[in-house]
Ligand binder design. Structure first.
Ligand SMILES: Nc1nc2c(c(=O)[nH]1)N[C@H]1C(S)=C(S)[C@@H](COP(=O)(O)OP(=O)(O)OC[C@H]3O[C@@H](n4cnc5c(=O)[nH]c(N)nc54)[C@H](O)[C@@H]3O)O[C@H]1N2
Ligand SMILES: Nc1nc2c(c(=O)[nH]1)N[C@H]1C(S)=C(S)[C@@H](COP(=O)(O)OP(=O)(O)OC[C@H]3O[C@@H](n4cnc5c(=O)[nH]c(N)nc54)[C@H](O)[C@@H]3O)O[C@H]1N2
Ligand code: SF4
Ligand SMILES: [Mo]
Length: 890
């Protein structure tokens, strides 16, 4: 890895908190530290951020352009892309091509892609994965404020009297925001925190009240809250009169949402609901933070507006410690919204009115600007399926994993005449369907800007040399644009050229009408852009230093300057459990993985926390299944094989499956294959969290684990496998429905062990284990049993680095153990210090009864703190007799 010699300040690759990171060179590597001066994190990092240095390796990277799987030169690849697009446009018109981008592109990449599609190819078809993420929040803000503008700052969370977190597992998905909130709560214990989530999550750890509402019933809950505020005369009449419209109709719409009706509808008790309303009424400063539990819904926009209505009606907006706060998911989802990266936006917060089309056309010097909005993600993939869209360019997203009805997406893409994928990884479920693969620069190599959840524009800086032939996304797109004959408009030499143009467009004929305005940054020199410090938009003549909080003057972006309250009729999820599919499947994130795992899946440390795809369910919903068994989860669209994780805190009738696993990491675990593509009519966002499913224990004839020195060319041929990242070793867990007659022959065939010396322990019905050696060097360790084998994985992995073995250590290894029993750690809880369940439980039994005491003894929880909720859970359960360790009873 060639790289810069001194520390580089940049912005984290992951979530929308947008933490500042200082990458410190250390020997041949980089270590990530929290940047003290960045306003988002003030020096903190979560475990994903702290592990950034471990994900920079080049294994698995796409490092050369490929056409139909064969390496080609850039000029061949770019010609092929341009020729392909040109041919489709010539024959079928511009509407037959589309781009599908990502909130993980940099603003500069995003701007160029959007400009090429909407400004020069002349179709609106540039949509992104933000459709699956922020689309409902965008429409909610636009309906209420006349602009897609997040009013708050992170400080507002710290300064509020009451913080409501709804549909957000902040502890895992936005850990640094959670840490800031937890610290504020510790400093001011009188501050109240309410978590609204059907599931008991790690976030509940700091909650004074957890409302485990019926899935999908949030709109009713907030309508009920508004009705209660109206009844109890807690509305801010002054604010309403001066700064809003729509109160009368909105109040009429909530009138029927009495306490009793709301409680029954939401499955909550009147007492807890009353307490919730009381806290809203009592809190002069109130923030409601919301995320995917709100947005990913067929009525997501209405849910957003039900929340915003409450804030407008009580005047809890535009003040310190107040506001409806949609927290962004991806590092640059906000930047995407700024450039117009959704098919229904044109550019820089402008839409498709004739006036806006004309304005953008004059700015871009193009007379071919798209005249209408393009296809949104779900519609786009439908259009591909029916042959209406013939060429698709996917950039920085993995739709075969992340879109609903994912098998149908895969089938549709496989029939699309031209699929171009720009990615950093060679093998993903999506690159496997590409005709042309273009190697992009990844985090640490690319250079540009991102905008976080609170409108803070901050620099992602490169500190690594470009690997192989990889190129910046903006460069790739500009090269194609030139080949299509648009060279003059895409003659960029440096990302700062693009940023300046983007900043100029944001201010172009703006006159205070568009919230997004960074014209104050339009004249930065390359050097100034390079050194730019984080700054919150708007940045213009009026606010040269940016603005922390919006709407402090009560002025909104509708033509009359007033905000709108929107009458809401609550609706439940579109599909309901049935006799055949009686349970409701919820999906979401886990603490240590990022999306489809292309980066976090590389870190052994991050994979220790939850290392296999799992299904969390209430034990009474599938009494046959024990912890460690495999489960078949099915919907009318598909099925999955997942590790069973019975948990009494999971509400009856519901289950939770992580969104992350895919065909690179497990045999049958792409959860979106089960999810129907039902969308919100206003935002086009799919309902990713409410799918009726059936649960069955899957009977395996055997369970196994295999560790290999060398990666096999293909995953093992078994019904279930999962890949667990380990340092220097390939590791699979396995299970199958039938047992091989001849184990040694079977293993030889799967893993090509013919040339190796085999050492076997065949215990007949109770299982077998096998080691394979080549010239005294361990090549393979295999273990199988009728139930999941209990082996010391760390000891087995360590054996692959050992130079020599004596007879007892060979025997111990054959039994799946190290010689030292003390190395057993069980499932890792604290990823930062690799502290497992077994020592933690021992310490609890030895007298540690708080997370602080555990930290003092074992260090766990003392770095990023994201495991503290789990430590507390272990402390609570370790006091009971029946204790489950990593799926096995201790
Ligand atoms: N570790 C990690 N962090 C991430 C990401 C990641 O992949 N991994 N991804 C980033 C991205 S892009 C995003 S968008 C964010 C998402 O951040 P979050 O939205 O916080 O994450 P999710 O786990 O998708 O869902 C949040 C919660 O919604 C709950 N929920 C489900 N249905 C309902 C409902 O009807 N009502 C309510 N009130 N809640 C419900 C779920 O139980 C879940 O706990 O995370 C970002 N941060
Ligand atoms: N069931 C269910 N489904 C969901 C969700 C859910 O909660 N439940 N959440 C949805 C949400 S909120 C989101 S945001 C999506 C996320 O879903 P995706 O966007 O599909 O997930 P990623 O794994 O982040 O995909 C990013 C891809 O870009 C590549 N990449 C990384 N950096 C770069 C770069 O600089 N340039 C280029 N060209 N490529 C790069 C990565 O290798 C990876 O293949 O999933 C959605 N799907
Ligand atoms: S909270 Fe988000 S931005 Fe901050 S370090 Fe963690 S993943 Fe990165
Ligand atoms: Mo997202």
């Amino acid at each position: 890895m060639s790289h810069s010699a001194s520390a580089v300040t940049t912005t984290c690759a992951y979530c929308g908190v947008g933490c500042g990171v200082r990458m410190q060179p250390q020997e041949a590597e980089f270590v990530a530290h929290g940047e003290m001066t960045h306003p988002a994190n003030l020096g903190r990092l979560c475990v994903k951020g702290s592990s950034l240095g471990e994900t920079l390796g080049l294994e698995g990277r796409l490092l050369q352009p490929e056409i139909n799987g064969l390496a080609v030169s850039w000029s061949q690849a770019l010609d092929a892309v341009a020729d392909g697009l040109r041919a489709v446009i010539a024959q079928y018109g511009p509407q037959a091509v589309a781009f599908y981008g990502s909130g993980q592109l940099l603003t500069e990449d995003y701007y160029v892609a959007n400009k090429l599609m909407k400004g020069f190819i002349g179709a609106g078809n540039m949509d992104t994965n933000s459709r699956l993420c922020m689309a409902s929040a965008v429409v909610g803000y636009k309906r209420a404020f006349g602009a897609d503008a997040v009013p708050c700052d992170y400080q507002d969370l710290e300064q509020a009297d009451c913080v409501i977190l709804t549909g957000s597992n902040t502890a895992w998905a936005h850990p640094v925001v959670y840490q800031r909130l937890a610290l504020a709560k510790k400093t001011r214990p009188e501050m109240r925190i309410v978590v609204i989530d059907p599931r008991q999550t790690a976030t509940c750890d700091i909650a004074d009240l957890h409302l485990a509402l019926r899935p999908g019933s949030d709109a009713a809950l907030f309508c009920g809250a508004l009705q209660a505020m109206a009844e109890q005369q807690h509305l801010d009449e002054n604010f309403l009169q001066q700064h809003t419209q729509g109160l009368t109709q909105t109040l009429a719409a909530v009138e029927s949402w009495t306490l009793a009706k709301t409680a029954a509808f939401c499955g909550l008790s009147s007492t807890e609901l009353q307490l919730f309303y009381q806290w809203i009424a009592d809190s002069d400063r109130l923030v409601t933070l919301y995320s995917m539990g709100i947005n990913q819904s067929t009525s997501g926009v209405d849910k957003c507006n039900a929340i915003i209505n409450l804030h407008l009606a009580t005047g809890k907006i535009g003040r310190v410690g107040c506001g409806p706060f949609s927290i962004t998911g991806q590092p640059n989802a906000m930047g995407g919204r700024e450039v117009g990266g959704l098919a229904n936006q044109l550019a820089a917060h402008m839409g498709f009115t004739p006036e806006e089309i004309d304005r953008v056309g004059r700015f871009w010097h193009s007379d071919n600007v798209a005249q209408t909005a393009g296809l949104t993600a779900i519609d786009l993939f439908r259009a591909i399926e029916v042959g209406q869209v013939k060429a698709l360019w996917i950039m920085g997203t993995n739709p075969v994993v992340s879109l609903p009805d994912a098998d149908r997406v895969r089938a549709g893409l496989s029939r699309c005449p031209l699929v171009i994928v720009s990615d950093i990884m060679r093998d993903t479920d999506t690159t496997h369907l590409a005709h042309i693969c273009l190697p992009a620069l990844g985090w640490g190599e690319k250079n540009g800007t991102v905008t976080n959840s609170v409108r803070c524009v901050s620099r992602q800086r490169n500190f690594l040399a470009p690997p192989g032939e990889a190129k910046a996304d903006w460069w790739i797109i500009s090269q194609v644009a030139r080949r299509l004959g648009f060279g003059e408009a895409f003659n960029y030499q440096h990302p700062a050229d693009i940023f300046r143009e983007h900043a100029r467009l944001s201010g172009f004929e703006n006159q205070g009408r568009r919230a997004f305005d960074i014209s104050g940054l339009a004249h930065l020199s390359n050097a100034q852009w390079d050194e730019m410090l984080p700054i919150q938009w708007p940045v213009n003549e009026r606010h040269p230093q940016g603005l922390t909080r919006l709407f402090t003057d009560g002025k909104f972006y509708h033509p009359d300057g007033k905000a709108r309250l929107i009458p809401i009729t609550p609706r439940l999820p579109i599909t309901h459990p049935t006799a055949t599919y009686p349970l409701l499947m919820n999906t979401g994130r886990i603490r240590d993985q990022w999306h489809t795992m292309t980066r976090t899946g590389k870190s052994a440390r991050l994979m220790q926390h939850l290392s296999e795809p799992f299904c969390q369910f209430h034990p009474d919903d599938c009494p046959a299944a024990q912890s460690g068994d495999l489960l078949r989860v099915s919907s009318p669209h598909g099925w999955l094989l997942l590790r069973a994780q019975p948990d009494r805190s999971q509400a009856r009738g519901t289950l939770f499956v992580p969104m992350h696993w895919n065909s690179q990491f497990s045999q049958q675990a792409r959860v979106d294959a089960l999810i129907a593509a039902h969308t919100d009519p206003l935002s086009g966002q799919p309902e990713s969290k409410h799918t009726p499913v059936r649960l069955q224990r899957w009977t395996a004839a055997w369970y196994g684990e295999v560790f290999l020195r060398r990666d096999p060319t293909a995953p093992p041929q078994v019904a279930y496998w999962s890949r667990i990242t380990q340092p220097g070793v390939t590791h699979f867990t396995l299970a199958d429905a039938t047992k091989p007659e001849d184990w040694v022959g079977w293993i030889a065939k799967q893993f090509a062990t013919e040339q190796w010396v085999i050492q076997c322990a065949d215990r007949g019905e109770t299982g077998m284990s096998m080691l394979a050696w080549k010239e005294g060097v361990l090549q393979l360790a295999f273990y199988s049993q009728p139930s999941p084998p209990m082996i010391d994985r760390q000891a087995v992995v360590a054996a692959f680095t050992k130079a020599s073995f004596d007879a007892p250590s060979r025997l111990a290894l054959l039994a799946g153990r190290g010689q030292d029993r003390k190395t057993l750690t069980g499932t890792i809880v604290c990823s930062c210090f690799a502290v497992g369940e077994i020592p933690i439980i021992a310490a609890v039994r030895g007298g540690c009864h708080s997370a602080e005491q555990l930290g003092a003894t074992l260090k766990c929880g003392t770095n990023c703190g994201s495991c503290i909720p789990e430590l507390k859970k272990i402390i609570a359960s370790a006091r009971h007799e029946t204790l489950v360790v990593g799926g096995h009873h201790e």
